[in-house]
Design a protein around this ligand. Structure first.
Ligand code: PSU
Ligand code: MN
Length: 308
């Protein structure tokens, strides 16, 4: 792709040129994952967390067909306040660029854009995955295939508990994606620290995760890794407490005939109402926590590799 399709903010460009740590951030979480104005406040706070941890944040979106790597505050605020913003995943990105559209990027699309810009670490809340009822719908987020093919490390609080988590982990294994429980033996489930499933592997330091990323590249395997970072204990909603509410939300989505791109935003919105706002507070806490770890990981990757 001609680099002319990318607009890299000067600060991000300078950091990349200097080999300094940069952390990519997605924008669908802003436009479709949270209500206004908490969405824009969180987006700013997350950028600040990345900076405090010594890295440069690069929030990614498509604006009038241009892939923007690093968004000015006004642009971010405009996207956050707008209604009916397009949600762009891998399948949608080419048309957005060709037709000059504006939209937010999902985990999959953010990974693509980050890789084009040369950014290797990306922080989000929770990735998409295999949806419950996949036997009927075949609804599997493009995020999973992107992890298999695009060399970006994604730091998330596991996968959203609204998904079919056993099948999500199976799919990642099939596609050859290493899934790291960061400081935990359990696979986290977004709002909860423990999904009830074991983490496929455990690492405890950013340096160990950086070594895994380097080894995957050295083996010529391509693709990314998923770093599953459990929400801090003080902020979690234990799985037993939220399980019933998730079932209610999933049943509501089914009854209302919600499908495709609308599923994840619908479920997040219902969970917000059903938990009386508690799910949003947890969501904000876990994103900040992921951003801090991503910044440390970016720094570990930017440092020279230790001698073997
Ligand atoms: N994490 C959140 N909120 C979100 C998302 C992730 O905390 O809104 C978004 C991400 O952009 C992710 C997308 O890529 O949901 C998955 O959507 P789908 O299942 O349609 O692929
Ligand atoms: Mn889907």
């Amino acid at each position: 792709m001609p680099p002319s399709l990318l607009d890299i903010a000067p600060e991000v460009r300078a950091a990349l040129a200097a080999g300094a740590p940069v952390v990519a951030l997605e924008s669908t979480i802003v436009t479709h994952g949270m209500p206004h104005p908490q969405n824009v406040e969180t987006a700013r706070a997350v950028e600040a967390v990345v900076r405090e941890a010594g890295a440069v944040p690069a929030t990614i979106a498509v604006v009038a067909g241009r892939i923007r790597i690093g968004l000015p505050a006004e642009t971010l605020a405009g996207l956050a306040a707008a209604r009916d913003v397009l949600k762009l995943s891998r399948a949608d990105l080419p048309h957005a660029v060709a037709a000059g559209l504006t939209g937010s990027t999902t985990v999959a699309a953010t990974m693509i854009c980050a890789a084009l810009a040369g950014i290797r670490v990306f922080a989000t809340g929770g990735i998409g995955g295999v949806h419950r009822g996949v036997e009927q719908t075949l609804d599997i987020s493009a995020d999973l295939d992107e992890l298999a093919r695009t060399p970006v490390a994604v730091v998330s609080a596991g996968a959203k508990a609204i998904l079919d988590l056993p099948r999500t982990l199976e799919y990642l294994e099939t596609r050859g994606v290493p899934v790291v429980g960061y400081g935990t033996d359990r696979f986290p489930a977004f709002w909860s620290r423990d999904s009830g499933l074991p983490a496929p592997l455990r690492l405890d330091t950013p340096e160990a995760v950086a070594a895994l990323i380097r080894a995957k590249a050295a083996l010529g395997l391509g693709g990314g890794i998923l770093v599953a970072n459990p929400v801090p204990e003080a902020d979690e909603i234990p799985a037993a407490e939220i399980a019933g509410l998730i079932e209610t939300a999933v049943a509501e989505a089914r009854a209302a005939g919600i499908s495709a791109k609308a599923v994840t935003p619908f479920l997040l919105g219902r969970l917000l109402a059903l938990t009386g706002g508690r799910s949003l507070a947890t969501n904000i806490a876990l994103i900040r926590h992921n951003a801090a770890l991503a910044a440390r990981l970016a720094a570990a990757l930017a440092a020279p590799a230790p001698a073997p």
